[in-house]
Design a protein around this ligand. Structure first.
Ligand code: SAM
Length: 265
């Protein structure tokens, strides 16, 4: 499928929020519309990306896992999963999944010379499409633990509200014991009453991008199913093993995105 410049894309809007260059006018309009209602929203993208880097570094350094399935990889930016992982273990395998044509084009160009990193075009909300994909199966050994990443993805699922937990359960069923998942999601910190979360959600969903749901902490916790949560559990990303002590209070954006890491026993 080609690129439609009249439609905003999740990956390009996220890139615009992160200050990247791989976005179009329509994407910047979505970003700016959200920013007028929720000025802190750009910071949510940064929080999310920082969590990706911290959680992936933790998985690479501490679990011994050597295969990573990164669902919804996004456009290449400063620090991507394969760079974080392969700095720890140069032979670790990383398979990225995305379905955005711009992500696929940029990613393939970036990865041309990396034998241990692959990019696959599949629907991350259809677990069987990902898990039974021939290229995925050629690079990932399903008899050994896998690190599954669903970072900043499930809030863009626009189907029934209870479906994301079921989607994740179908992934978990197929993961070998000892596998890990890292996941993040937009948080409505006061259960439907947080003005910034409401305003940002309205703007995202009624924009040419069309998605961006804020869920409660309980709903986000349910996305981990029966897995064992790694300390400190499901929490605001700003509080998930930061690099140092907190000297400043959380800002509005930091209150609106949560996640965690869990292990399949
Ligand atoms: N995981 C990265 C991160 O946290 O920095 C990127 C997150 S970005 C907000 C979400 C990504 O998911 C985008 O690149 C988008 O193209 C991809 N995505 C959304 N829906 C998808 C689907 N149904 N199948 C595959 N990729 C999808």
């Amino acid at each position: 499928m080609g690129v439609d410049p009249t439609r905003a894309s999740i990956a390009r809007v996220y890139d615009a929020f992160l200050g990247g260059k791989d976005n179009y006018e329509i994407d910047r309009q979505v970003r700016d519309g959200v920013l007028t209602e929720a000025p802190y929203a750009a910071h949510m993208a940064v929080e999310n990306r920082d969590f990706l880097i911290r959680s992936v570094r933790f998985l690479a350094q501490q679990t011994g896992i050597t295969q990573y399935l990164d669902c919804g990889s996004g456009l290449p930016t400063a620090e991507n999963t394969h760079q974080v992982v392969q700095r720890v273990n140069p032979d670790a395998e990383v398979v990225y999944i995305d379905n955005d044509p711009v992500v696929l084009a940029h990613g393939r160009a970036l990865l041309e010379e990396n034998d241990h990193t692959t990019l696959v075009d599949a629907d991350i909300f259809a677990p069987e499409d990902v898990l039974d994909n021939d290229v995925v199966r050629a690079h990932i050994d399903f008899t050994e633990p896998i690190a599954l990443l669903h970072i900043g993805t499930l809030h863009h699922y626009e189907g029934p509200a209870d479906k994301p937990a079921e989607i994740m359960r179908r992934y978990y069923e197929r993961l070998p014991s000892g596998s890990f998942v890292a996941l993040s999601h937009f948080l409505d910190p006061e259960n439907e009453h947080t003005p910034m979360a409401r305003r940002a959600e309205e703007k995202f969903r009624h924009s040419p991008m069309g998605s961006g749901s804020f869920r409660t902490m309980e709903e986000i916790r349910s996305l981990f199913g029966d897995l064992e949560l790694v300390e400190p559990g499901v929490i605001r990303l700003a509080d998930w093993w930061q690099d140092g002590p907190r000297l400043t209070p959380l800002n509005e954006a930091q209150h609106c995105i949560a996640g965690g890491v869990a292990r399949k026993p």
